[in-house]
Design a protein around this ligand. Structure first.
Ligand code: NAD
Ligand code: GLY
Length: 367
C-alpha cells in the first residue's frame, strides 16, 4: 500500500492508495473519533460498495443514507437530507461522516461535515478516478448554485482518504477519461516530466492497466498534497489547480449541470486556456498541439458546447471565484509544466479565442 501525507500541522492526514482497501476495519477505525458514523453514498455506488464499508465499521453505531446520483443533485436541498438524518438519529458533535462515491458525494458530504454542529469529522472513500486524484484531497467542499458551480462551500479537511483502486473496475469509460483530465492537469501546471510520462502511457490508462493507474493516482496525489500543504486556503499557488476550470465551470453551468462531466468540461477548458496562452505568444504552437493530442488520446473533448456562446461564457465567468476587484483572472501557461494566474493580458485575445474555438453538440459526448 502507498501512503502519502497531506502536511497541514494538526490537520495533517494520510492518503492510502491500493487495491482491495474497502472492508479493512483496521485501516479506517483509527480515523473515527467517536462512536457514531453516517455513511453517505448514492444509488449507483451503494449496491457496489456500501456493504463492504458497513462491514468495516460494524463496531460503531452506524447509519447510511443513499442520495440520488448526478451533478444536478449537488445542491443545498439534497444536502439537507444529510442534516435531517443526522438530527433524526441524534448524532452528536463527535459523529463522523464517511463519503463513499465520486466527487459529487465527496463535496456534499464534506460540506455537510463542515456545517453540522459547526464541524464534525469526515472520511473520504473516493470511488472515481477523478475523486481519487483530485476532489477527495485538499478539503474543498461544497455544492452548486443555479447561478454558479461550487459557489456555496467551505474548507474542511478529511481525517483520511482511502483510495481503493479496485473500485475503478466498475467505472464506465467516459468517467475514466473524465478523471484523466485532472491527471493531465498536474502535468500541465507543474510537472512536465509527468506530462511526458502521460504522453507515453495514456493508452495504458485508457486500457485500465492497474500499474499505470496506480502510478498516475500516486503522482497526482503527490502533486495535489504539495500544493495544498503550501497554500491550503488558495491565497496563492493553489489557484493553479483551477487550470481550465474558469472555462470549464462556465461550460458545466451553461450546458446544464450533468450534461458535460466535470472532467470533460475541464479538458476543453484546459485546451481553451492553452489556446489563449498561445495567442498571447506565451505557449508554442508545438506545445499547444501536444496538449490537444494528449487530451484527444485520453478521449476527451477540446471543443466548446454550441449552446454556450462567447457572450454567455463571459456572463458565466463573471461569477468565477477567482474574480478579484471585478477583474477576471485566468490560469494560463508559459510552457507545459509552467503556469501562472493572471488578469494582465489584452482581452481581445480572449474574445477571439471564444469566438473561434470550434463548437460541438453536447449530445455527441454521450455517444
Ligand atoms: P461523480 O461523483 O458524479 O461520479 C461520476 C459517476 O460515477 C456517478 O454516476 C457516480 O455514481 C458513478 N460512480 C462513482 N464511483 C463509481 C464506481 N466505482 N463504479 C461505477 N460508478 C461509479 O463525478 P466525479 O467525476 O467523481 O466528480 C465530479 C465532481 O467533483 C464535480 O462536482 C466537481 O465539481 C467536483 N470536484 C471537486 C474538487 C475538490 O477539490 N473538492 C476537485 C475536482 C472536482
Ligand atoms: N480542485 C481544485 C483545488 O482543490 O484547489
Amino acid at each position: 500500500m502507498k501512503t502519502l501525507h497531506v502536511e497541514l500541522g494538526e490537520r495533517s492526514y494520510p492518503i492510502f492508495i491500493n487495491d482491495k482497501l474497502l472492508g479493512q476495519a483496521d485501516l479506517i477505525t483509527p480515523y473515527i473519533p467517536g462512536k457514531q458514523v453516517l455513511v453517505v453514498t448514492n444509488e449507483t455506488v451503494a449496491p457496489l460498495y456500501l456493504d463492504k464499508v458497513l462491514t468495516s465499521i460494524a463496531d460503531f453505531e452506524h447509519e447510511h443514507i443513499i442520495l440520488p446520483d448526478g451533478e444536478q443533485y449537488k445542491t443545498l436541498e439534497i444536502t439537507q437530507r444529510i442534516f435531517d438524518r443526522l438530527l433524526q438519529t441524534h448524532f452528536n458533535r463527535s459523529a463522523t461522516l464517511i463519503a463513499l462515491g465520486g466527487g459529487v458525494i465527496g463535496d456534499m458530504t464534506g460540506f455537510a461535515a463542515a456545517c453540522y454542529q459547526r464541524g464534525i469529522a469526515f472520511i473520504q472513500i473516493p470511488t472515481t478516478l477523478l475523486a481519487q486524484v483530485d476532489s477527495s484531497v485538499g478539503g474543498k467542499t461544497g455544492v452548486n448554485h443555479p447561478l454558479g458551480k461550487n459557489m456555496i462551500g467551505a474548507f474542511h479537511q478529511p481525517r483520511c482518504v482511502i483510495a481503493d483502486t479496485s473500485t475503478l473496475n466498475t467505472l464506465d469509460d467516459r468517467q475514466l477519461s473524465a478523471g484523466i483530465a485532472e491527471v493531465i492537469k498536474y502535468g500541465l501546471i507543474r510537472d512536465v516530466d509527468f506530462f511526458y510520462w502521460l504522453e507515453s502511457n495514456v493508452d495504458k490508462l485508457i486500457q485500465r492497466d492497474s500499474e499505470a493507474l496506480a502510478y498516475a493516482i500516486e503522482r497526482s496525489c503527490i502533486n495535489k498534497a504539495e500544493v495544498v500543504a503550501a497554500d491550503e486556503r488558495e491565497g496563492g499557488q493553489r489557484a493553479l489547480l483551477n487550470l481550465g476550470h474558469t472555462f470549464g465551470h462556465a461550460i458545466e453551468t451553461g450546458s446544464g449541470y450533468g450534461t458535460w462531466l466535470h472532467g470533460e468540461a475541464v479538458a476543453t477548458g484546459m485546451y481553451m486556456a492553452a489556446d489563449l496562452s498561445h495567442r498571447l505568444g506565451w505557449l508554442s504552437a508545438d506545445s499547444l498541439e501536444r496538449i490537444k493530442s494528449l487530451l484527444q488520446k485520453a478521449r476527451l473533448p477540446v471543443d466548446a458546447p454550441i449552446e454556450v456562446s462567447s457572450q454567455r461564457f463571459l456572463e458565466l465567468m463573471a461569477v468565477d471565484k477567482k474574480v478579484l476587484a471585478g477583474k477576471l483572472r485566468f490560469v494560463l501557461l508559459h510552457a507545459i509544466g509552467q503556469s501562472l494566474v493572471t488578469e494582465d493580458f489584452d482581452h481581445k485575445h480572449l474574445h477571439a479565442m471564444l469566438d473561434e474555438i470550434p463548437r460541438i453538440d453536447s449530445k455527441s459526448l454521450a455517444s
